[in-house]
Design a protein around this ligand. Structure first.
Ligand code: FAD
Ligand code: FES
Length: 325
């Protein structure tokens, strides 16, 4: 017996009928509007995802582990997901799990700071609740560009999620990459995300890990750990494992001001512009290159990015006559 459409199916059928009516039989517009993104799925249609775990990272950051209806998806580190809270809205988040972890577990993770309507609503959800997910979106990090090279990963605060995806992917494919160094800076020790994992990274022998905070607490001081902005880690790097510029690829994510100063440090050490890779954040709506909300010059951050090399960002800066980072 044919199944009924159900509440969401009926709503979707009404929207489809409305759009087809608006555009009549005009093939081009409606075909492009409904161009499938993956597995023949509509660009705008989220899949249902069950929250299987919620981890508190900091007082205002949580990591959500999601089980997608229809099974695991394949994606690249640096791609993002549009996550919808039903009745509230949708927002983009970098996928913080690695594709290799997703292959093993079937889940994906996003790490979310509560700052507004959607993110606060997401923080109120519990294990067993459902969200909508459109993923994977965006271009992702050019991991093949880093193969065989020295890799420097520089993260600031909540900028770590996409870099965590990248790092765990690289650690699962360790033989494909040269020396890997992680530099992580946060405002305070409490503001550091993935605290358990940071300790593991610090212990690993196949990874160089240095971290710092802007403002230490008593425990941080007692342990004699580093205090200062993330760029203060570069002189330490110069001492213990100097950068070999043409053979180094740097991945940088964090607040725009941090990215700006980290790029200055990398430029001082002659890392080529095309080997400095970062991500741009813009307000997004569709996430799939249709609405124009995220445009910078002739580029859409949602489809041409969010990952760009410093060489590409300089071009964007020139086009829009305002700093890209
Ligand atoms: C590609 C991409 C990846 C992202 N990855 C993550 C991630 O991994 N984790 C995470 O916590 N957030 C991430 N963000 C930011 C996240 O999308 C926003 O925090 C979210 O959209 C806010 O939605 P909201 O409804 O809660 O806030 P709103 O109620 O819409 O806004 C609250 C306030 O935040 C400001 N704001 C909203 N979005 C942004 C933004 N993108 N940049 C700066 N200010 C903003 C608004 O202007 C407003 O002042 C990412 C954004 C992009 C574009
Ligand atoms: S968010 Fe719509 S074009 Fe990028």
């Amino acid at each position: 017996m044919e199944q009924g459409l159900g509440e969401f199916g009926e709503r979707r059928a009404i929207v489809l009928a409305y759009v087809n009516c608006m555009w009549g039989e005009c093939g081009m517009a409606s075909q492009e509007f409904f161009q499938p993104l993956w597995n023949g799925r509509n660009l705008y249609e989220p899949v249902l995802a069950r929250i299987v775990e919620v981890a508190d990272e900091t007082p205002d950051v949580k990591t959500f582990t999601l089980e997608l209806d229809g099974g695991a998806i394949d994606y690249l580190p640096g791609q993002f997901a549009e996550v919808s809270v039903f009745g509230v809205g949708e927002a983009p988040f970098g996928i913080s799990s690695s594709p290799t972890w997703t292959k093993r577990t079937g889940y994906i993770q996003v790490t979310v700071r509560a700052i507004g309507r959607v993110t606060n609503a997401l923080h109120r959800l519990k294990v067993g609740d459902y969200v909508g997910v459109r993923a994977p979106l965006g271009n992702g990090f050019p991991v093949e560009h880093a193969e065989g090279k020295r890799v420097i990963i520089v993260g600031g605060g909540i900028g770590l999620p996409p870099l965590r995806s990248l790092l765990n992917y690289m650690l699962d494919n360790r033989e494909r990459f040269g020396k890997i160094t992680v530099l992580y800076g946060a405002r305070t020790p409490a503001d550091r995300v993935y605290k358990g994992e940071l300790e593991e990274w610090e212990r690993r022998e196949d990874l160089e890990y240095l971290d710092t905070v802007d403002i230490a607490d008593e425990e941080w001081q007692r342990l004699g750990k580093r205090v200062g902005v993330v760029t203060t880690l570069f002189p330490i790097l110069d001492e213990q494992s100097p950068i070999d510029p043409p053979n180094t690829v740097a991945f940088v994510c964090g607040p725009p001001i941090m990215i700006h100063f980290v790029i200055i440090e990398l430029e001082k050490r002659n890392v080529p512009d095309e080997n400095i890779i970062s991500t741009l954040e813009r307000h997004m709506k569709c996430g799939v290159g249709k609405c124009g909300h995220c445009a910078i010059g002739h580029k859409y951050v949602c489809t041409d990015g969010p990952v760009f090399s410093w060489a590409e960002m300089k071009e964007l800066e020139w086009m829009c006559a305002e700093p890209a980072v």
